[in-house]
Structure formats: C-alpha cells, structure tokens
Design a protein around this ligand. Structure first.
Ligand SMILES: [Zn+2]
Length: 447
C-alpha cells in the first residue's frame, strides 16, 4: 500500500468491513464530484466518539490507520476479544474516513471547489464541510478526533528529531481558555503521549494552539465535543509513513480504552503543557560551509534543499530546489553534510545526444565524475515520463540550471576541489561519488 490510494481503492474494502456484521456502514452524502462519503459505526455504548480523516486530500496516513482499526475490530480469537467487547459496550465509535475524496483523487489539500475544508467550519460552503457539521449536530459526539498530516519539516525544539506525531486540544477562543471540555481533551492527549513515547520516544509534539475561528477542530471544541487533533508527521526513512500509521493506530486504541474506562481523568492538564511545541527547522538536505567563488572572491554559506513531491496519478516525482542560502546554523537536515573546505562547481550538460537505451550505471558515474548533470536524449515523446536514473534527462534544448545556486531553482551542481568532484547534487539528491551508488529510489522525470 502507498500513500496515493484513491476513493476507488477503499470502496471494496468498505464492502468487506460491512459484511462482517460488526460495523454499520452508511453513505452520509456525496462529494462535489459525486463520490460517496461513508460513516462506519462500531459499538453501542453511551459515550459517543466521532473520528474523521483526510479532509485534506493529500493527508492520507490516518485513513490507513482507520482501516487498520476496522480490521482490528473485525478480528477474533487474537487475545483482544475482551478489549473489543469492552469498547463496544461502553462507547459508540463513528468513523468518517476520507472526507475529501475529490482532493484525494488529485492528492491535493483542497476540495474540488478549491476550498480548504478546515477553514470552512463556519461558512460550510463546501458540501463536504456541511456534511461534517451536520454529523456533529446529529450525533452530538462526546469526543471528536480530527486526523491530519503535517509536513516533514517539524522538529522537536533544539534537536534534529522530526516530529512523528503532533497533538492538540484546539482552542475554542482567542484567549485559549480551558473549560472542562478542552481540559478533558488535554487529559486524553496526555494518555496518548504516554503510550506513544514507548514507540517513538521524544518524537511527539504539540501543534500550534492559536484559535482558528473557521477551523473544524476549534468549532467541535466550541460545540462541546472534547476534541483532539492528531497530526501525522515524519520519521527518518519512513517515506510512505507506515510507522506513523502504526502510531495513529496505537494512539487511537489507547484513547478509546482510556475514554471507555474514564482513566484519562487521572491525568493533569499541567502534564499536557510539558509536551513541547512543534519547531520547524528541518530541511531535506543541508549542506554546511560550502565555498562559492564569485567575481574572484570566495564566500562560505550553508545551502538548504527542499525535495518537493509532484503528483502524477498514483505516483510522483521529486523536484529538488534550493530553499535557502546563508547562515543556517540553527537548522537541521535529514541529510546533513559539512562540506568545509570544498567548493561549489557548476553543473555541465553532456555534448552528445543519446538514446535512452545507452544510459547505464557506468556511463552515468563517468559523466557525474566529469561534472555533467544533464544528458539530452533523442525522443520527442519522452518529456514528462518518470525515471530513476541519478542524472537529469532532457528531451529538448534549453534546460539546465548551471550557474550559481539561486533561490527556488533546481539544485543541480557539484561539490569538490579543483582536482576532484566529491559530491553530485542532482535534482536535490546528494550522491557521494567516492562510493559506488547502489540504486536508491530516485524519483525523477524527463524534461
Ligand atoms: Zn490537514
């Protein structure tokens, strides 16, 4: 399974889940583009919990975790039957997975109307936002879980540790007051943080708590549901966010348990305040102390690179751009490289036009060692196709960033000495040319 699954992928799964008899699956409405939106109900207890995922179409991690929960609650004879029965008798769970299926189709944040649904709780101009509000008014949940993804660049303050999960009891007013509703949400979060520390120690943070009058979380809190925001973040090496998905699953199971037996009441709101706030100081690549020669003089700077995912259907390619240049001492990189004593070497383009069949590992290594970052292939149809070669491929003239690093431009250059190239930066990927590269998963496109 990968992150870019679509509405059509979940329909058969929902059919299977409903056929067990333990879940009631109902269609509560349709999106702008007529995709069905479903609500699943498990249990029959007096405490009502409503959860929804993917109101932002490009934030799918919690949707996967909800399906893990559906499978778990449909399980049997695995040692958890007592847990399942206990939950079912004490709480009623209502799940709305993939609230924004049109956005999901495009892997974009906003709805088909280009509205950010999480800024539509007040106006409810979108059919999807109106649906969610109607469910809130109909069900009057005691607890609400608003499930999102945050970007990969949040870190635990003062460390290079990415935030794997961030949590928030959204504020219902500008003063960030704490009434019993919000206080209870904070207590549930203390319990969630406690269990997550066992899986991802020191990688849990609090999301920004500024009041957003248009936001759903803020309004659910105002409407009287103890509301908890869970943001799926990042974990080193977990591109498809499978560990983050597991953290969601664990966090939610723990929350259900502590709500069912009211054990969340044991926690204190002051413990919530000990969870650090998200900082945002991570970059995909950070090159430290790079020497750049310009007009005969030398400067030493740090360079940050961002790898931006560009969606094509259910796949994507990366665009690696120069994100910042200067003193970046207080920032961190997933790839963090001190290149003191080495200098910037502009990229060149290969003079010969090739057939794509001629490209192989040896030729590419040879070209990279010569400072060549781009090859021109003879194929008019190739532009837009994806490839995994660690070199830029163009099918027409006029593409190459070959000058000095420039904000927002593609990161294509080399790093080394006058005698030797040590690193190739190709579309933001860092290749250490002193070791033979063993085929990592480059996600490039032909231009
Ligand atoms: Zn979101």
């Amino acid at each position: 399974m990968h992150r870019r699954f679509k509405h059509a992928d979940i329909i058969p799964l929902l059919g299977n889940i409903g056929s067990s008899g333990r879940f009631e699956v109902v269609e509560i409405g349709k999106s702008t583009e007529e995709r069905s939106i479903f609500r699943l109900q498990y249990g029959h207890g007096p405490i009502k919990i409503l959860l929804w995922s993917q109101m932002h179409g490009d934030e799918p991690t919690a949707t996967m975790a909800l399906f893990d929960l559906f499978n778990f609650f449909n399980g049997k004879d695995d040692g958890f039957d007592a847990y399942r029965d206990d939950i079912a008798s004490k709480v009623t769970l209502y799940f709305i997975p993939m609230l924004n299926p049109d956005g999901t189709e495009r892997f974009q944040r906003r709805t088909a109307m280009d509205v950010d649904m999480n800024r539509d709780a007040r106006a409810t101009a979108t059919v999807e936002g109106a649906l969610l509000k109607a469910q809130a008014m109909l069900l009057k949940p005691d607890f609400a879980f608003n499930l999102h993804n945050q970007n990969n660049y949040y870190n635990i303050p003062g460390t290079n540790m990415p935030v794997t999960i961030s949590l928030l009891a959204p504020a219902y007013d500008y003063a960030r007051s704490i009434n019993e509703t919000r206080g209870d949400a904070m207590r549930v979060i203390v319990g969630i943080n406690k269990v997550l520390q066992e899986f991802v120690p020191k990688a849990v943070a609090r999301y920004d708590d500024e009041h957003t009058p248009r936001g759903f979380g803020d309004n659910f809190q105002k409407w009287g549901a103890r509301t908890i925001l869970i943001e799926s973040g990042a974990y080193v090496g977990d591109t498809e966010k499978m560990l983050v998905r597991k953290c969601n699953f664990v966090a939610l199971l723990k929350a259900f348990e502590e709500i069912a037996d009211q054990s969340f009441k044991q926690y204190s709101v002051t413990d919530y305040d000990t969870i650090p706030f998200n900082d945002e100081k991570l970059h995909d690549v950070l090159l430290r102390n790079l020497t750049i020669e310009q007009h005969g003089s030398q400067i030493v700077v740090d360079i940050a690179i961002r790898q931006i995912e560009k969606t094509i259907g259910s796949d994507y390619y990366m665009e690696g751009i120069v994100e910042d240049i200067g003193d970046l001492q207080d920032f961190y990189g997933y790839q963090d490289l001190d290149v003191s004593g080495l200098k910037f070497i502009p990229a060149k383009k290969y003079d010969n036009i090739l057939l794509i069949e001629q490209l192989d590992h040896n030729l590419i290594q040879d070209l990279l060692h010569k400072g060549i970052a781009t090859v021109h292939i003879k194929d008019d149809e190739a532009a837009g196709k994806l490839h995994q070669f660690p070199i830029n491929i163009v099918s027409r003239e006029g593409f190459l960033s070959e000058g000095l690093p420039e904000l927002g431009s593609m990161a294509n250059f080399f790093i080394g000495t006058d005698e030797n190239i040590k690193y190739a930066i190709i579309n933001g990927y860092v290749l250490d040319l002193r070791v033979s590269d063993c085929n990592p998963n480059y996600k490039n496109r032909i231009y």
